[in-house]
Ligand binder design. Structure first.
Ligand SMILES: C[S@@+](CC[C@H](N)C(=O)[O-])C[C@H]1O[C@@H](n2cnc3c(N)ncnc32)[C@H](O)[C@@H]1O
Ligand SMILES: [Zn+2]
Length: 1005
């Protein structure tokens, strides 16, 4: 047994870089990966959970109270997998951490030697009684599954019934029955159902007369032009295949007819150049008529689609002529002996089959499953948070029930698949239901055709249900992803690969009230919702409505608070989403914070006194963090360590421009003891910068940068603060965790404001030097506010160096954002780097940077997002309307005349620059005076660096040379700033290129 006072490995060290590398590289799509069982949003990489669990469960050998017996046994166990361990405690610690890191590698996860070593080490630490690991926000189950793998007892719960069903399957069903041939039985029954399905459905997916097999039907929702009456199929892109030699696209011709509206007819062709391909007809809900070029405003498009309940279905005459609804743009086919995919336009025969399917469906929906209508009639979600944007706008397009998300043929196929599944019982029925969900998420009207991959792409990785104008209806009987066979085969592979035969307990439960006794658990390790990031319950309803039809009476598929709720429980879901309310109160930040505090207090209740906790969190707003931390402190926890682990995909270009987070922080915590002391604010204030400073250094050496680094610094600061029962200033006033960041008195301002300030100050010190970091009140010699702002901004934007990652859920590509059809997308993204306002403000304010002063000069703030203006956008401000070459010539002349000068660009933006001798009216003031001068009047070092970059950009070599010479004489600031910025701008940015080229032109002295 590990004594209570003995530190665990996770409290002293953690192999951040290696575990990050393995986590980011984890192959979610690899055959048999447990994530393939069923989709769940924002799952933790298994490797990170595995390594963290080991570090939480094992004692630190260097701790004086670490049991000798553990050390002895650990040495001998480890030597089997890692070679001999030196006789020192320090080496044992190193080797244990190395083992945790190596085991995080996906390819080692199922290797007997690794699993046995881990189980052996845990036994050496905890004896024969396996420790109980509890996860009360368990979602898709990464944490509890890894705990099972390590031989722990496991209790996992989630408020969401779909999550609980996944948990039950992976923690109980599969381990219980895998050894008795569960996978093979699933394959057998699955195949049988497939044959049955083929018999029933093949008439709705016929082969072409030439033997080609349709695999997908590409539909466009369609509106009618208000001007000329023509149909406008809403097409995002006319491309069908953008692949190398097999490029195909659609083009159209307009047929003008007497007395009836014109119409566009489509044909498939092989473009020889991109410009041959006509533009799509819709963008952000604005449609353009192909026949008369009139524009339909989004409101008209929406109201027409509303009248068609989304318009995924075609209305067809007896002759097979489409008379309304969706337009069949093209059919994708394959041929038995020919490689590649083929495309043809839709025919009357295709339309007739659709209308037949509709009739078939009518007959089917007349029936019900024990009184529940076969086609889901439950309402679709609305709203869906503020932070993630509005996740759900489908109701605006008339998709009011879940049934409206499918075409008639898709409903027919799913409904007929339901019937045989409902007759199955036991664990098999649950697995088949999960397989069904994969068919449903691919067989709905929100799947796109991806012309570059030539395959269907579902939208479920997106954490929203966006409207998709033109969608791909896949044929569920063919050999394409998302068909029934792939659904059950993927699950059978998971069963085959899962190296676990111990079972765990899975329940539907609110994390605030767990069905466990006091002090049951040894580890409480959980990954709560990230503030406003994901509307889990709303998203999961898509699956829930089908699952409850497939598994009637399943004990997990229910709302524990409201038996009459036809959907998943929403009321107590921990999420910041002000479009929802509880007891008449919006679910705001306060609701989230309170729910977290109650859930954390509950975690504390069920944990043994000598136990350890760990909470994973990632959020890019300081509000999200403050709510979480306050919940932890109120819940009675002390943070004893924190480790950022990079878990997200390699940051993409787009993400890098806006500081996407790649890391999630693992906050290791312990129950706060009743007798914790009162802390002295002065001591806390002294200690924080030292700890945070060391921490920044350590994390940078592990590749953590920018916003990830900022939020990872919360950990050590919180370790200091949360150690105490309360922290007081000299007058005995409590320093709260959060407060009013603009207040000056610490007891009003709150602790976290100091943390952000400290991080900002240390960052500035690192990139510009100590003078700037102390520049709160405009210390002499410091670079001006705009330089500090720019440097901080760029520092925060730096991207963590993560590995690359495969697909989100491995089977189908997740939709990229640029594929978004939603009309709420911001207008064409402006150039420049962006950060959220809240983060910039928290940094800027305490460092004496007045954001409003720099608005339109250095930054541009819109809708809570701050954009750093690209240098090119400053040309007008700096040079006015004058041609750059004129400015360049003037600089040169002055140099020839041996005149010293300074710039006065900012006197009047429209006027040409004034060049004044340096002696008179030196424009750059430093110190307090500079802070008082209205920004627009003062030329700053940053302005001069930007001016030089602009000269460089327009190739004004002579002017630039003259200017650089002048700047060298002026003093070191210009070059100091230019060098600092060059180190901060992203490698592939235009600014970096200009700065480096400019720096090369600096004359050597
Ligand atoms: C970040 S996810 C967990 C993901 C999980 N670690 C994984 O790897 O799949 C957070 C989970 O909290 C659940 N949740 C939200 N509110 C809850 C509550 N009040 N009680 C229990 N679970 C809740 C959500 O349904 C969601 O599955
Ligand atoms: Zn028209």
């Amino acid at each position: 047994m590990i004594p209570k006072e003995c530190k665990r490995l996770a409290e002293v060290d953690f192999p951040i870089a290696l575990v990050s590398r393995y986590s980011a590289k984890e192959k979610y799509g690899a055959k048999g990966h447990p994530n393939l069982l069923h989709l769940w949003w924002a799952r933790r990489p298994l490797g990170a959970c595995r390594a963290m669990l080991i570090a939480l469960l094992l004692p630190d050998p260097c701790d004086p109270s670490c049991p000798e017996d553990f050390k002895r046994r650990a040495r001998s166990i480890l030597s089997r997998v890692q070679g001999s361990v030196e006789d020192t405690d320090a080496d044992l610690r190193t080797q244990l951490l190395r083992f945790a890191a190596n085991f995080a590698n996906w390819s080692n996860s199922a290797k007997g030697i690794y699993v046995e070593t881990a189980v052996g080490l845990l036994r050496a630490a905890h004896g024969q009684d396996a420790p109980l690991v509890v996860d009360s926000f368990a979602g898709g189950g990464s944490i509890p599954l890894e705990a099972l793998r390590l031989g722990c007892d496991v209790f996992a719960s989630d408020l969401n019934p779909v999550a609980s069903l996944i948990l039950n399957t992976v923690l109980d069903d599969i381990p219980r029955h895998a050894r008795s041939g569960l996978a093979d039985e699933l394959r057998k029954v699955g195949k049988h159902i497939k044959d049955e399905m083929a018999r029933e459905l093949s008439e709705f997916y016929p082969k072409d007369s030439d033997g080609a097999i349709p695999i997908a039907y590409l539909w466009a929702r369609t509106v009618t032009c208000d001007s000329c009456g023509a149909d406008i199929p809403l097409v995002r892109s006319m491309w069908l295949s953008e692949k190398g030699k097999r490029k195909r696209a659609l083009r159209y011709s307009v047929e003008r007819r007497k007395e009836v509206p014109p119409r566009a007819t489509f044909e498939v062709f092989t473009p020889s150049d991109d410009s041959d391909v006509p533009k799509g007809t819709v963008s952000r809900a604005k449609a353009v008529c192909l026949c008369c070029q009139s524009v339909m405003v989004p409101d008209r498009v929406r109201s027409q689609l509303r009248a068609q309940r989304g318009g995924a279905d075609a209305i067809v005459s007896k002759e097979g002529v489409r008379t309304g609804g969706a337009t069949l743009l093209a059919v994708v086919t394959v041929r038995p002996d020919v490689v590649g995919k083929h495309y043809r336009v839709g025919t009357a025969k295709d339309y007739l089959i659709v209308s037949k399917a509709r009739k078939g469906l009518e007959a089917l929906v007349a029936g019900s499953f024990d009184g529940v209508p076969i086609v889901p009639d439950e309402p679709t979600p609305v709203g869906g948070g503020t932070g993630a944007g509005r996740a759900f706008s489908i109701q605006n397009y008339g998709m009011l029930t879940f049934g409206d998300l499918f075409t008639a043929r898709q409903k027919l196929a799913l409904a007929s698949l339901c019937s045989p599944l409902r007759t199955e019982r036991g664990s098999l029925s649950q697995l088949l239901a999960l397989a069904f969900d994969r068919v449903a998420m691919s067989g709905m009207s929100m799947t796109r055709w991806n012309p570059s991959a030539e395959k269907m792409q579902h939208t479920f990785g997106r954490q929203a249900f966006p409207i998709v104008w033109s969608f791909a209806e896949v044929a569920p009987l063919t050999d394409s992803p998302g068909n029934w066979v792939s659904g059950y085969e993927l699950i059978a592979d998971v069963i085959d690969a899962l190296p676990v035969d111990k079972t765990g307990v899975a329940e539907v439960a609110d994390a605030r009230h767990l069905p466990l006794s006091d002090e049951d658990a040894s580890v409480w390790f959980t990954d709560p919702p990230y503030y406003d990031a994901i509307p889990y319950a709303d998203l999961s309803d898509f699956f829930f409505v089908w699952l409850k039809r497939l598994l009637p009476g399943n004990r997990l598929l229910r709302d524990p608070f409201d038996a009459t709720n036809p959907l998943t429980p929403k009321q107590f879901e921990a999420v910041q989403d002000e479009t929802k309310s509880v007891d008449g109160q919006p679910k705001d930040g306060i609701f989230f914070e309170r729910t977290m505090a109650q859930s954390f207090a509950e975690g504390r209740r069920i944990l043994r006194d000598d136990g350890i906790g760990c909470v994973v969190f990632a959020h890019k707003s300081t509000e999200g963090w403050e709510a979480l931390l306050s919940g932890l402190v109120q819940g009675g926890w002390v943070i004893s360590a924190s480790w950022p682990i990079v878990t997200e995909m390699k940051t993409r270009q787009r993400a890098r421009e806006s500081a996407a987070l790649a890391a999630s922080v693992h906050l290791v915590c312990r129950p706060r003891q009743q007798d914790a002391s009162v802390g002295d604010w002065a001591d806390v204030l002294r200690e924080v910068p030292l700890r945070v400073g060391d921490w920044i250094e350590r994390l940078q050496s592990e590749g953590i940068r920018g916003a990830d680094l900022v939020f990872a610094c919360i950990g050590p600061a919180m370790e200091i603060y949360s150690r105490y029962r309360r922290v007081e200033d000299a007058e005995g006033r409590e320093i709260p965790l959060g407060g009013n960041p603009s207040a000056t008195e610490p007891y009003k301002r709150g602790f976290l404001a100091y943390v952000w300030e400290t991080v900002g100050r240390l960052a500035l010190e690192q990139v510009l030097g100590t003078a700037e970091a102390r520049a709160r009140n405009g210390a002499a010699g410091a670079l001006e506010e705009d330089s500090r702002l720019t440097a901080l901004f760029l520092w925060t934007l730096q991207a963590t160096e993560a590995g690359t990652n495969g697909d989100g859920d491995g089977v189908d590509d997740e939709g990229e954002d640029e594929d978004n059809d939603e009309e709420e997308k911001p207008k064409k993204k402006k150039a420049g780097f962006t950060l959220i306002y809240d983060v910039v403000r928290r940094f800027a304010q305490p460092l004496g940077i007045h954001l409003d002063k720099w608005e339109d000069r250095i930054i541009d703030t819109e809708k809570g997002v701050v954009r750093l203006l690209p240098v090119a956008e400053r040309a007008m401000q700096l040079f006015g309307d004058v041609d750059v070459s004129a400015i360049s010539r003037r600089i040169e002349q002055d140099v020839k005349a041996s005149r010293n000068y300074t710039f006065a660009f900012m006197q009047d933006v429209a006027a040409p620059p004034e060049i004044r001798p340096r002696g008179r009216g030196r424009a750059v003031k430093t110190g307090a005076a500079a802070e008082e001068t209205p920004a627009i009047q003062t030329v700053t070092t940053l302005d001069r660096v930007h001016a030089a970059m602009l000269l460089q950009a327009s190739g004004q070599a002579n002017g630039l040379r003259a200017m650089l010479k002048e700047e060298q004489q002026r003093g070191p600031d210009f070059l100091r700033l230019a060098n600092a910025l060059s180190a901060l701008y992203p490698k592939d940015s235009e600014e970096k290129r200009l700065l480096d080229a400019m720096l090369l032109a600096v004359p050597r002295t």
